[in-house]
Write a protein of this length. Structure first.
Length: 638
């Protein structure tokens, strides 16, 4: 890519050569000390061999055991022919083996590509195709799925007998080597693979660990999936500080009650999550009358933080610093920071804050110039953390990754986030929303155009448009509207079922709209564009309440559980959808766990996710009770 700044200060970009662009960026980062994600962790391991590094249930590894396991797995990879610059798929859920495998892959000079086993097979297939990886690492727990991706997949835990064969770090790995690739949503229906090197991540980790004073006395509970970049700091960042990294038990990754047990029993001092996960924890702490006196740092990011949440956190975690972190997958995990204070009185939103060390954050106008203070523009992130770009998509990379005309470092680039922002008089950034049609749902960034692309593949669907709708919580929910190719003669309910089936086959659960409605035509604004504001108002329209008093049966049970999990008032005659009340897939998992415990049933998460209302879930509970031969129990069992 060649680039220049025009005389009027605007940006001119021309894509030419990917490798030349990456090579150019080496020059302006060469003054940083050579650092890698795995190197920092192994260095800490060498200093704290007998201290606890990782814990998951009854499985505990010291830093010395971590060092030995990583080097043994590295030896296996090297023997299998893994070289510097290779990409290796890593099919893993949260846990100790993910950490060991990811460190070994990087230690061998390669980059790991995390794949969430809970994704639909068709979406996993797209990730596999986009990654151009040389192999797949997984474990026996996911053997059947792994074999469908790569019959000769590798289980590195089998290398335990070779422990100690290799004790070196990846000698050919540099700070500018590729560390990992993470996928984001794309408007064409295909995911985008973001390529990230070591230097931006280690710089962010060093800065945050210094600001937060993290060290050997700290512990974190990891609640983010390996395919969500928050996990990078939770694992490698805390291990580099010599702290303890704790995981939920296998099979209980999304059990918030289990999280609370761990927070108490393990003396966790650091929390890092999207705000919706923190809301569930706060509700559980309140329900159980628990205060976490040892929690000292609460990091929130990835989505809008409710203005009331910092105060709510301090009521249950009185000594905690409550900090907002912001950024983009295409830059460092976190690029911007704002620490809230006890006397803060936020009325509209919490400030986005200021850039971390060695990073920059600008607000630029449509012409590429710096926007005036108080004026709205696009947030552009720069500095050492900017990604290489999107693997295999040079044209899209050229549009979003542009030369940085505001700094002095040769070859420096900016990532144009698509977020609307402004700089206030105090020097803090204020985030205002999206300039395009991209939103975050439960901390996962979603291109609504990708949902629409899949809906248009459904038989009888002519056009589709998805909008974000605010429900009873701060996080967005989604509503899709479709028109029919052959007029309105088709069975609308059947079309909606086909749409949901298609989306469940192709997308992550967080991307499935809470509502799908068939409409005669999509409304247009005076300039001929789809009127998304009007669609949002349509999504908020509710049918008449189905008032069916049943306080002692299934409806009462479901309403009581929803009320506790969502921390809102839900009655037996509530007709609002679970997602419209602020329910996420994580909250749905809590509902399933509690309903199964209260009613002695065997409900499954995917069924409850598809049943949107109190009445629909109550029907599932009744059917499950009948199936297992249980008598009705009262709502007070919950």
């Amino acid at each position: 890519m060649t680039a220049s700044v025009k005389a009027d200060g605007t940006l001119r970009v021309a894509w030419r050569d990917w490798n030349a662009n990456i090579a150019a960026s080496d020059a302006w980062a060469s003054d940083l000390a050579m650092r890698t994600l795995h190197g920092d962790v192994l260095r800490a391991a060498g200093q704290r061999r007998f201290a606890t590094a990782l814990r998951q249930g009854q499985r505990v590894l010291s830093y010395g055991e971590l060092f030995d396991a990583v080097t043994a797995r590295t030896a296996r990879l090297v023997a299998l022919g893994v070289h510097e610059g290779d990409r290796v798929l890593l099919l893993a859920s949260r846990g100790i083996d993910f950490v060991l495998d990811a460190l070994a892959i990087m230690n061998a000079g390669a980059a790991y590509v995390p794949i969430d086993p809970s994704l639909p097979p068709s979406r996993i297939a797209k990730f596999v195709q986009a990654a151009s990886a040389i192999g797949l690492v997984s474990r026996q727990r996911f053997a059947r799925l792994a074999a469908t991706i790569e019959p000769s997949w590798w289980d590195l835990s089998l290398s335990a007998e070779t422990r100690g064969e290799i004790s070196r770090a990846g000698t050919t790995t540099s700070e500018r080597s590729l560390a990992y690739m993470i996928f984001t949503s794309g408007t064409t229906g295909d995911p985008k693979a973001v390529c990230l090197d070591h230097v931006g991540r280690t710089s962010m980790i060093e800065d945050l660990n210094r600001r937060l004073g993290l060290g050997p006395d700290d512990a974190v509970l990891v609640v983010s999936s390996p395919s969500f970049d928050m996990s990078v700091y939770d694992t490698f960042g805390l291990l580099a500080a010599g702290a303890r990294v704790v995981f939920p038990d296998e099979g209980r990754e999304n059990d918030v009650e289990h999280w609370v047990d761990i927070l108490v029993e393990q003396g966790v001092t650091v929390w890092h999550s999207v705000p919706s996960a923190m809301s569930l924890v706060l509700a559980a702490l309140k329900r159980r009358h628990i205060s976490l006196e040892v929690m000292r740092v609460v990091l929130l990011g990835g989505d809008w933080i409710p203005v009331s949440q910092p105060a709510a956190v301090r009521r249950r975690m009185p000594t905690a610093r409550v900090i907002s972190l912001g950024g983009a997958t295409e830059a460092s995990v976190d690029s911007v920071i704002f620490e809230t204070r006890v006397d803060d009185d936020f009325t509209v939103s919490i400030p986005y804050g200021r850039s971390l060390d060695r990073q920059t954050a600008y607000v630029v106008d449509p012409d590429g110039r710096l926007a005036e203070i108080g004026k709205t523009g696009e947030l552009a992130l720069g500095g050492v953390g900017v990604a290489w770009g999107y693997h295999g998509q040079p044209a899209v990379t050229a549009l979003r990754f542009v030369p940085d005309p505001f700094g002095d470092d040769e070859g420096a680039r900016l990532y144009l986030t698509g977020d609307a922002a402004r700089l206030d008089a105090s020097g803090d950034l204020q985030l205002l929303g999206r300039l395009d049609q991209q939103v975050k749902v439960g901390g996962i960034r979603v291109e609504m155009g990708e949902i629409d692309a899949h809906l248009r593949t459904v038989t009888d669907v002519a056009e589709a448009c998805t909008v974000a709708v605010s429900g009873g919580a701060a996080t967005a929910t989604l509503a899709s509207f479709v028109t029919l190719a052959g007029g309105q003669g088709a069975d609308h309910d059947a079309v909606v079922r086909d749409c949901r089936r298609r989306l469940h086959e192709a997308l992550h659960a967080s991307m499935i709209p809470a509502q799908i409605k068939v409409v005669p035509a999509l409304p247009l604004s005076p300039n001929g564009k789809i009127d998304r504001t009007r669609l949002q108002s349509w999504a908020l329209e509710r049918p008449p309440l189905d008032v069916t008093p049943d306080p002692s049966g299934e409806r009462g049970l479901v309403a009581a559980v929803w009320s506790d999990v969502l921390d809102v008032v839900v009655t037996v005659d509530t007709s609002a959808a679970f997602s419209d009340l602020g329910g996420t897939s994580l909250a749905a998992a809590q509902v399933v766990i509690r309903l199964n415990a209260a009613a002695s049933t065997d409900l499954r998460l995917r069924d409850v996710m598809r049943a949107r209302t109190v009445g629909e879930v109550a029907t599932l509970v009744a059917a499950a009770r009948s199936r297992v031969g249980n008598p009705a129990s009262s709502a007070q069992d919950s």
